[in-house]
Design a binder for this molecule. Sequence first.
Ligand SMILES: [Ca+2]
Ligand SMILES: [Ca+2]
Ligand SMILES: [Ca+2]
Ligand SMILES: [Ca+2]
Length: 353
Amino acid sequence: MRTIALTLAVLLALSGLALAASPTDTSPPKPVPPPRTLSLGGRVGGEDIGTAVVIPELPFFDSGNTCGYEDDYDESCPWGSDSPDVVYSFTPPYDVCIGVSLCDSYYDTKVFIYEGYYSPGWPFACNDDNSYCYEPPVPYTSWIQWLMLTEGVPYYIVVDGYSGDCGDYEIVVVDCVTMCPVECPPEGVDEGEGPCFDGYVDQFNGGCNSNPVVYSELEPSEEPIAICGMSGNYDNNTLRDTDWYLLDLTCDETTVTATIEAEFPVMLGFIDLREGCENVSSFYSFVSAQSCTPTSLSETLPPGEWVVWVSTWDWPDFDCDMEWTDYVLTIEGYEACVPVERATWGTVKGMYR
Ligand SMILES: [Ca+2]
Ligand SMILES: [Ca+2]
Ligand SMILES: [Ca+2]
Ligand SMILES: [Ca+2]
């Protein structure tokens, strides 16, 4: 049993997206990261869009040093800078979702991407600091986690820096996700909520996020319960559709196994609802799973009301209007409790005669 500590991140995860705080143009200057020196060697991106180093295929890894290059480009997200920059280009041979990481670089990086042509002030994507970078060597490195690219369009990836910073970088460009159709099994029942969209208000099964609270209430079943549902992000990735499936457990203890397979990166969790929404501040336990990867979470739970919770993994760019919003949730072990016959002392003694 894992109990996740109450954190703001988890609160946000329950109510919306646990994205890195979105800085605004009024954000105070950030602290200056410590200096660092490391020469990684390797090739270096081109000086500008015209001389961009071509990324031939994914995955792509490269490293270099931006110091000594010109400051050809800048985009504010939200901090402007006059850092030198280098450029890569990638023209996908098919529609693809990519991730671009500078996480493992050694200076305060920034990365932005132009779609098709140089569009100053209107980058296709931009990230200065991504707090989801896993153990970056220095703070404030950059990562565009999910980005949908269109077949045949050239994309220009600019490796830049914050506030004049330059240095050694590592760039990784990968397929962020394997797209796959998730088929609803014959026994599957439709979630019934339908797709989400910008401005969506979940009054279907948003659980404690809805006002009034509302759940998809499940009936106990000896057979596995398969639910074919949908989720996604909306309102510019600031909110996501959360689906709360209510279990009313009556046995002394019940081992419930929930399995999720989704077309998008997904989160699956148990929420302890025994003391009502007021006392829900974190997941009882949860897992995150890549798309197309069936992933289970199993807990032995005491009686009372519990929720199996499904939504997008708290990474951006899985809009409700994308093609890939389906999931199949399977719940096993949620059975009506058969009262155990209380053996009398006489019968117990009889058993041992
Ligand atoms: Ca620059
Ligand atoms: Ca940065
Ligand atoms: Ca839903
Ligand atoms: Ca929902």
